[in-house]
Every structure is written in structure tokens, then in C-alpha cells.
Design a protein around this ligand. Structure first.
Ligand code: SF4
Ligand code: SF4
Length: 216
């Protein structure tokens, strides 16, 4: 048999306990929430890295990535070389009213052209506005946080080695060019110093050896 008034006492105890607990109410939008660094807010496009391979659009389970492109012919880099063709991006858009934030597009992109940004304040009153075109996707790139630092014992990313190799190659080409220019300048100086007889220049007095071998 329950003691009369015990229910009320229990209820009051719960009220008291709750009153003394720290509040968890978020005062958004007056106070911005502290989001984890890898939050999935919106997708940013780093257009320069995109080769229009279409992998992201093909793998997206919601079919909400729209890509248009055309082919362009690039002239041969060296004389006698072959012309090449490349894809040029015309349109890249993501419909965030369909996107389910699975991150597959970002995972499959082989050229690091898509990134998560923690920005989430892009609600619209018109659903059509939720299709973000390439310019807007590019703008989101400025809100993408920097990648975390590598672990001290981590292997160096292969991109670093590739970048170093390109920089070394460029430096070697520049050094070879500078050496060639210096050699050419030295040769020109040496030629000037030797004073070669130029056409029309007086070669100076010439002794006539005479019929007896030059004896006066
Ligand atoms: S996050 Fe998922 S649903 Fe959204 S665009 Fe990328 S692949 Fe499609
Ligand atoms: S997977 Fe990456 S490189 Fe390929 S089209 Fe998509 S964003 Fe561009």
C-alpha cells in the first residue's frame, strides 16, 4: 500500500534534481553551437582539382550532383607531339534538398575536389535555392577547416614528394637555363676581347718581306 503523498514527494524530488542540474538548452541562433571539426554541413568544390571524371555523380545514391562539360583540344606541348583533349567543366551543382549527407561523393573523388564544410546555415524558403551551383560551391571552400596535423610518426603524403619532385625539376631547368645564358655571355665577352678583324676594319701596317726574304 503506497504511503499517501509519496507520489508528490517523488515528483518534487525530480523537480529539485532537475533545477540543480546544468542547463543544456542551446541559445541558438544567439549563441553558435560548438560543432565537432568533422561536421557535415555543406559540400565545397575545389574546381581546379576537378577533372570532370563524373565519379561523384555516378556514385551519389540520390543522383543530386549535376555535371555538364565539353571537350577541348590542347595543342601538343612539344613540336611534333600529339594533340590532347581535356574535359572542361561547364556546370557543377549539388541539390541539397535531395542530398542525404552520406559523404560518398567526397570519399570517391580521386582528385580531392570535394570537401566537407561545417557550415549549416543555408536554409531557404524556396526549395530551388537549395541547388547550389559551382560558384556557391566554390565559396563554401573558404569555410572548409584546415586538415589536422599529421601524427609525428606518419608517413609523408605522396603529394609532398610529387610537389618536391616538380619543384626540383623546375629549379634544375632554371639553373640549366641560367648556366647557358652565362656561357653565352662569356663567349660573347671573349670574342669582343680578342678583337677579331671585322670587314672594313684596317688590319694595320703589313711588312713586305721583299725578294731577299725580308732583309733590308
Ligand atoms: S553527400 Fe551523398 S547524397 Fe549528398 S551529394 Fe554526396 S553522394 Fe550525393
Ligand atoms: S569525382 Fe571529383 S574530379 Fe570527378 S567529377 Fe566529381 S568532383 Fe570532379
Amino acid at each position: 500500500m503506497p504511503i499517501p503523498g509519496s507520489g508528490l514527494a517523488k515528483g518534487l524530488a525530480v523537480t529539485l534534481r532537475t533545477m540543480t542540474k546544468k542547463t543544456v538548452t542551446a541559445q541558438y541562433p544567439d549563441v553558435q553551437p560548438e560543432l565537432p571539426p568533422r561536421s557535415r554541413g555543406v559540400i565545397g568544390l575545389f574546381e581546379e582539382n576537378c577533372t570532370v571524371c563524373m565519379l561523384c555523380a555516378r556514385e551519389c545514391p540520390d543522383w543530386c550532383i549535376y555535371i555538364d562539360s565539353h571537350k577541348e583540344t590542347v595543342p601538343a606541348a612539344v613540336e611534333g607531339g600529339r594533340e590532347r583533349s581535356r574535359n572542361v567543366l561547364d556546370r557543377f551543382a549539388i541539390d541539397f534538398s535531395l542530398c542525404m549527407y552520406c559523404g560518398i561523393c567526397i570519399e570517391v573523388c580521386p582528385f580531392d575536389a570535394l570537401f566537407w564544410s561545417p557550415e549549416f546555415e543555408y536554409a531557404e524558403t524556396d526549395i530551388h535555392e537549395l541547388t547550389h551551383e559551382r560558384d556557391k560551391l566554390r565559396d563554401w571552400m573558404w569555410t572548409v577547416p584546415a586538415p589536422p596535423a599529421l601524427d609525428p610518426g606518419a608517413e609523408e603524403p605522396k603529394e609532398f614528394a610529387a610537389a618536391r619532385k616538380s619543384a626540383d625539376k623546375l629549379a634544375a631547368a632554371q639553373a640549366a637555363e641560367a648556366a647557358q645564358a652565362a656561357e653565352a655571355a662569356q663567349a660573347a665577352q671573349a670574342e669582343e676581347g680578342a678583337g677579331p678583324t671585322r670587314p672594313g676594319q684596317d688590319p694595320g701596317p703589313v711588312q713586305n718581306p721583299g725578294p731577299e726574304g725580308g732583309q733590308a
